[in-house]
Design a protein around this ligand. Sequence first.
Ligand code: HEC
Length: 142
Amino acid sequence: MKQRLCIAALALAVLTVSLIVPGNAQKKGETRPLTSSQLMAGLVKPQLGVLQEGLKEAPADDEAWKKLATAAALLNESGHAMMADGRCPDEVWKQACRILDEASVKTLKLIEKKDAEGALESIAGITAACKHCHTEHKYKKK
Ligand code: HEC
């Protein structure tokens, strides 16, 4: 009997710890299969790269501008995906997604105006969103 109580107490302790310690929730939404890691590696990071690379010099033609607009819009969408499907755990996450939303919209508007210099500067707003969330929520690789 005593042993059973011990096991129950241990199970409860493990459950409590797993709820408090970050690293389990937010790795994935509640119902859809995409993990946060896949979202970052497959969408967020590559599209940020498209902006950073594509704005090093003034884009050469409409095709290049189009690619930049797509990247900014996809980054914007990724912020909404991060808020969806029960993925958002707290205010920090929510704020980071709001920063990402505003900064990517701003960048997109500058791209639509073909303001290369302005758009390049506005990337800092986007990376501020990455930092805001990662400071609290990026889990260390095992
Ligand atoms: C709202 C929170 C949030 C925002 C905003 C965010 N990230 Fe992340 N990011 C995460 C979380 C959570 C992980 C860890 C995922 C895991 O390992 O389960 C992560 C992991 C990553 C990784 C590692 C992916 C891998 O290979 O496992 C990269 C790269 C990354 N983020 C890039 C970015 C960039 C670039 C931005 C900004 C444009 C950004 N992130 C914005 C939450 C965020």
